[in-house]
Write a protein that binds this ligand. Sequence first.
Ligand SMILES: [Zn+2]
Length: 390
Amino acid sequence: MAKKKRIRKKRQEEQKGLVQPRRQTAEAIARALAQLPVNETAQWLRQTAVLHMQQQGGNRHTLQALGQGAGHALGVQLDEEPTLDPDAPLSTEGLAIEDRALPGHGDLGPVAAVQRQNGAPPPAAPARPAATINLTVNPPQIARLPEATIAANHGRANVAGWTTPVYNIQPAARTANSVTLNVTLDFRIELATEFTDGRLDILRDHEQAHVIIGERVARRHLVNGLDKGLEALPNFSSIPPMQAAIRKAVNNFVRDEGAESQAYDTADYPRMREAYFGLRAPLPDLAAASPTIQEMVDATNDFIGHASAINSSEPENPDLLRLAAAMRQARINLSQTDLPRLQYNPEFKLMIESCRGMLNVLVDSVAEAERPFLVDLLLILDSFEWQAAP
Ligand SMILES: [Zn+2]
């Protein structure tokens, strides 16, 4: 009986971590844990091992043992008391992106949270840690520089424009349960001073797509991906796993932004070549070189000629609708080479503008049944304005 009592007492002391007979086992598990690869099976093993250690030695013991090897990986910061108020403000030092001194460790995803064993549940705390990421995208800053300067800035010959995304991540607040990060995205666009008027329009429009790509990829990785990566951590008590999540998000952002910009350039350079060509060439020359451009020019001229002669008191205009349909068909018939040649051609742009002016007036005066056809034609005219859709 006395022996049983002693054993029970010893067990209780072990539970409280007062004696350490099982420390060696726990340390061995912790060492093994630290060497596990980062994959799902290893994660399951890790979770099981941590639970096992907790059952055997209690939390304090588990924390101490994990401190030998896997503490950072498990998001356990040993110099912070684990019973700390999860909503108490913690330092955000080390979470800014400027800090490059990151330990090389991938993210492990959710790991068994170390829970208190002695009775009372922890104070009301969210079941999962919550990350809030605010993204601010500033309007691009445009710098006009000589072509040679832009080329020298980026170590590349023959570049007339360059868009550089600049990202910045600053921590705003941190507790064990919540973290707020402010991500700012800026763009510096360099445009050659040698480019003016229509050439400048083509160049600027192209660069604008890089801004769209940068913002899209930033939302994917610096907002959604980072949010997911941080919320996969058991808590925010420890800085290094958070730094690893930030670094992973940044790496993904840099990689995808580079790849998608490259793919966009490859696809868009042929279009730009046609646009530059169409800008300089007289419209009759473009039409002579392409039957579909000729069809587009003729259909537009026919429509303008008819529309300008319309008496606004006429209730119905079957010819107008026929000519609108012809324009619509001509637009559909334009090839991928035709369209960029027309989009920046000054003469064609003028025709489209006068056509738009007439349509805007006619839309209000024609019969109700005819209106949708004219609205449709207005949308077709809009398609002659090149839109970046990277
Ligand atoms: Zn580009």
